[in-house]
Ligand binder design. Sequence first.
Ligand code: IPE
Ligand code: IPE
Ligand code: MG
Ligand code: MG
Ligand code: MG
Length: 348
Amino acid sequence: MAEAKSEQKRTPKGVAIARAHPGAGSPGGHVRGGGGAPLDIERYLSERAAMVERALARAVTETDAAAGRLFEAMRYSLLARGKRLRPVLALAACEGVGGPLEAAMGFACAIEMIHTYSLIHDDLPCMDDDDLRRGHPTNHKIYGEAIATLAGDALLTDAFWVLAKSAADLGKSASGNSTSELTNAPSPAAMLATIAELAAAAGSMGMVAGQAIDLLGEGRTMTIEELEYLHRRKTGALFIAAVRGGARLGGASEAQLEALEAYARALGLAFQVIDDILDVEASTEQMGKRTGKDLAHGKNTYPGLIGLDKSWQLARELERRAQHALDGFDHRAEPLRSLASFAVERRL
Ligand code: IPE
Ligand code: IPE
Ligand code: MG
Ligand code: MG
Ligand code: MG
């Protein structure tokens, strides 16, 4: 299998951004026009990811000695190298509509905590049975299945604690009861709508349903419609929640939320199509997780169902759709535009 002819840059904070050589072939001989992510999005991504990582480190500081290994396990996965794409998207959506970063930071942390919990559980022997994640042994390989399961449970639950607490803090700053300089804090209604959408996207109507459909479908070939349904829940739902939530907390109008939902819908599906492709085309070293496992597990994937070439075509078409959805936005949506390209061009 062809390996990516890409050069990876790892920032001090550990965010890795694959940068294809201009004009060089990407995996499988696919050439991207323009030659990959421009330098400014690289800097943007690593700065935003570092910001999120600092906030995450502050969010999970508990050290209750009796449950010490639980907190160690939570931090082990949460603070390991991840792309932080969902929280960065939430922040970019907030800024894309002219909102202040501070309004979406608690929400961004919550999204990443939920995503990390989903990875810990996804890797368990009873699910995908993986031994490598974010460049390190999977959580259960270090802490055992019981603590890994509980670390996931805690990250999921604590995510809503972090979000609710940030809502309360923002509420105080809105009423002038805090040292924060935020003058246009999100309304309680906007906060509640965001929390409800996040819960729906993460739970049995969204990601958890997708994970169940994924596992129940192993060994049975799905139709293309079934596969899209699966991917939209397993991965797409959280992307939509990230973008809509970030934008709403930034003061988006209903029309903006609708356009951004179309953007996130296309990007979220593209992201999982690329994840499926990279499982075939990329190396374990590049990805920080084992590749070549989907086929062995009888997973339903885009390359498995329609082949690599059509999967690439679909991913590019979805990227075009995501870009098109941003037509009505000004220069403040530039990071969102670059993030859509990154989601498809990434080799990690
Ligand atoms: C992996 O997500 C799981 C999928 C939904 C495909 P990411 O590729 O965003 O993983 P991290 O956060 O960078 O580790
Ligand atoms: C997982 O999809 C999606 C989640 C909700 C965690 P995968 O099982 O394809 O993710 P990887 O490839 O293990 O990261
Ligand atoms: Mg899985
Ligand atoms: Mg998996
Ligand atoms: Mg995968």
